[in-house]
Ligand binder design. Sequence first.
Ligand SMILES: *Cc1c(COP(=O)(O)O)cnc(C)c1O
Length: 372
Amino acid sequence: MNLPFTSFNDVRPEVASFESYEPGLSIAEIAGRYGLSRVIKMASNENPLGVSPRVREVLEKNIGQAFRYPQSGNPRLVKALAAFYGVDAGRVFVGNGSDEIIDLLFRVRAIPGVHNAVAFRPCFGLYPTQAKMAGVELRQAPLKPDFSFDFPGLLKLVDENTTLVIVTSPDNPSGRAASADELAALAKALPPACLLVVDEAYIEFAGPEHSLLPRLGELPNVALMRTFSKVYGLAGMRIGYAILPPAIADYMWRVRLPFSLNILAEEAALAALEDAGFREDTIALVQRGRRALTDGLRSMGCEVLPSMSNFLMFRTPEGTADVKTLHGELLRRGIIIRALGGYHLPDWLRVSVGTDEENELFLRHVREILGA
Ligand SMILES: *Cc1c(COP(=O)(O)O)cnc(C)c1O
């Protein structure tokens, strides 16, 4: 067999075609660039309330455990999640962010060069990158022009070699949520070897009626992915979890790096799960904030997609500053929001819901910049 490598610098072709990840702008970067004392970040859908006091306390208390390895398989967190959601512990999987779970699902469920996966376009950036890294073809069905889900279009791309279909609901960046009925119908329409993965990173902001969680008993081919990064305010701790068909959960545990969820992350997650007050405050703040931001932006003539999440996708009215100008002007004024060029949506912006004060400040600056 001919070895395709000729140098110790050669890498797999999938790797060679990777471009470096473009991280969002950081607060420190913008503060330095424009000499600002205060910078507000409304770009990464993080929790505007920050870390809950209860989690902070638990982290401080457990700092002395950092020299220990975590318990492999994170049995305490698995048990707590199973109890919290009323599912069998054999279905629960936890990982270093949903990112790790997405990556493992491709590698566990798809044979490189044989199987394919299907998602919408645009979709969360990690799906195409991890599919590529796994050597798996990702087929993408365009969302409708209003960014709602085209399920018949999605189904048309599914064939006998499709082993994963991934739907984000509520979707990022549109904020639209599918109904549980639509998702259940999709699951039932898939061929037997195909697993439907619903990425529910933002589900708490839409409401439990949008989740397939209560219907998993009648839908054996459905997996749900969730995270502690959004409603629980722990994006930096990297904790994701999934509720999987039991056999898949078992295989995922066998291949997961044994200590991928660190010991402090596990303690933080356990505390966050019990902190119902913080979760409810977050949901109330987000629902109030997205209403205020939607109304505010619409009153200036912006087009705003109806969001069921903790962010809004919008564009400026014709005849005012274009989205690029608005984005740049906001940065100069110390407000970071997300330009959607990475999603191939250069005419749109995404703003994460902030605190009431941050939302007001954002609206005031947009109004000034647009002259609305
Ligand atoms: C934020 C987000 C996640 C969460 O990812 P983590 O790795 O758990 O931080 C998952 N899916 C989507 C679509 C997201 O926007």
